[in-house]
Write a protein that binds this ligand. Structure first.
Ligand SMILES: O=C(O)CCC(=O)C(=O)O
Ligand SMILES: [Fe+2]
Length: 497
């Protein structure tokens, strides 16, 4: 089956919320069916018992009455077979069929792995702690939600399988705490005391006695007091070992310039120049663009309020039903690129000739940049997912074919990046080599030049999209190719070096 890649688009995950609601509804109708059957029994059994009790109190007398004897024989020959059939009657088969029919829509193991990877990326890039994540405290802001023991356990297992053992242990320790605080729902949890013991034993095996001890205590407290001598012995042994236990080493944290940028640790430079851009098109005299020069080398500017909320809404409506997992350039994969964990989002390619809106946007981009767009790719509208990011990359390719003078398109000379949404936390666009980080703001666009004047790539433009911490980040990009610009003389270009 095609991987649905559920976690890589926030907008795409909305249907999972609906799916879960329908499955709960289905489980509830299963409960209704059970209840109907149960109610029949609750009504009938007392009546049967009443008759039976009367017969039991004077058995011989009872069967000496021909009416009783006749009925007893008839009942035992006929009715009990009926009861057997009643008991055997399959229950909830339509609800089971419902779950089967929806199985293909459920997230796969790959989805779960990607989700674990995403949560781990947030931990990593934003320097979060396991405890804070588990308790719904995200980067200093408390949210009205938290993880359960099964969630933290899945994280531990994922990390353990990926040989990040120290950190896996932190997630398991958190799982232990959650197990002591809450009971698990029956089909997931099993018997409480057993679960706690199992967990304690796993920690004992790793010599983490300090974590194991409270779990054992809890198992003792929760269990019935019989049959506990083994457990008490075990506890006594562990208590002696506690002093010798190796401390749970806090996992080693490392940082990169990219991560520093994402955390907002680049020095905020004061704004350079803000101006209204009137030239070169007549349109701009009527509707000047609010342009802000952000960096001179390489040249990066921002345009504020360059798309209206109405236009953005329309773009999202266009994209929403068609979102597909985005790919990255891969010399082996050819034209369509390949799906990679370095870029986790879903998007669509939208031709500038698609409708009036996209035509208008195409003209506006030309007005903003002074570039012709013939020969450049379509617009790409994208939505990021859980921890959605785009690892450091350059928008130019620097391949021999593209640089060659006979290439019809040339390399990507400039990038226009529109933000179609604000992002509550995270999701900045960072340029680590020049220590710059830019926040998504709905309606804003960044424009930067990727190439030196001689057509080769400018390494300073290396950039990435930080993982989204909280929010649904939408962007639209227009990459502009060099060759069609031969006769365009964008004024911006003159001012760059
Ligand atoms: O989403 C972002 O902030 C950056 C996106 C980007 O670099 C790209 O699509 O090429
Ligand atoms: Fe990019």
């Amino acid at each position: 089956a095609m991987e649905q890649s559920h976690s890589t688009s926030v907008a795409g995950m909305v249907k999972l919320v609906l799916l879960e609601a329908k499955l709960i509804e289905n489980l509830s109708s299963y409960a209704d069916e059970l209840e109907k059957k149960l109610n029949i029994l609750k009504r009938v059994v007392p009546l049967l018992q009443e008759k039976s009790n009367k017969a039991m109190s004077q058995m011989e007398q009872y069967v000496s009455n021909p009416i009783n004897a006749f009925s007893l024989i008839r009942r035992l020959h006929k009715d009990w077979n009926k009861w057997k059939l009643f008991m055997e009657e399959p229950l909830g088969s339509s609800q089971v069929a419902y779950v089967n029919a929806h199985e293909s829509q459920l997230p796969s193991q790959t989805d779960l792995d990607e989700t674990c990877q995403g949560l781990h990326r947030l931990y990593d890039v934003y320097n979060l702690t396991v405890k804070d994540i588990a308790r719904g405290l995200i980067n200093g802001k408390q949210y009205d939600t938290s993880l359960g023991a099964l969630d933290t356990y899945a994280m531990g297992k994922y990390l353990d399988q990926n040989r990040i053992q120290d950190l896996a242990m932190e997630w398991f320790a958190e799982t232990g705490k959650l197990l002591m605080e809450h009971t698990l729902p029956i089909p997931m949890g099993g018997e409480r005391q057993q679960v706690l013991q199992l967990f304690a034993r796993a920690f004992i095996k790793q010599k983490h006695y300090t974590i194991a001890l409270p779990l054992l205590d809890h198992a003792l407290m929760k269990g019935n007091k019989t049959n506990n001598s083994d457990l008490l012995n075990e506890r006594a042994q562990i208590e002696e070992l506690v002093g010798t236990a190796p401390k749970l080493r806090p996992s080693i944290r490392y940082t990169t310039d990219y991560a520093r940028g994402c955390r907002g640790q680049f020095v905020q430079q004061t704004n350079l120049i803000c101006k209204y851009k009137f030239r070169p098109s007549p349109f701009l005299r009527l509707a000047p663009l609010k342009m802000e020069v952000l960096v001179v080398k390489p040249f990066i500017v921002a345009f504020h309020d360059v798309l209206s909320p109405h236009e953005i809404g329309e773009l999202q409506q266009l994209a929403m039903p068609l979102l597909k997992r985005t790919t990255v350039y891969d010399s082996n994969a050819g034209l369509h690129g390949s799906v990679k964990g370095t870029r986790t989002s879903k998007g669509i390619w939208l031709s500038r000739s698609h409708n009036n809106l996209t035509k208008r946007i195409g003209r506006r981009i030309s007005d903003m940049t002074g570039f012709h767009l013939e020969g450049s790719t379509s617009l790409q509208v994208m939505n990021y997912g859980l921890s959605g990011h785009y690892a450091l990359h350059t928008d130019y390719f620097n391949t021999a074919e593209l640089i060659a003078p006979e290439s019809p398109t040339g390399d990507r000379i400039a990038t226009v990046l529109f933000y179609l949404s604000d992002v509550e936390q995270g999701g900045d666009t960072v340029f680590p080599r020049i220590e710059q980080a830019f926040k998504p703001e709905r309606g804003k666009a960044l424009l930067w030049y990727n190439l030196h004047r001689n057509g080769t790539g400018d390494k300073r433009t290396e950039h990435g999209a930080c993982p989204v911490l909280v929010g649904s980040k939408w962007i639209m990009t227009q990459w502009i190719n060099e060759r069609p610009q031969l006769f365009a003389r964008p004024c911006l270009r003159e001012s760059t070096k």
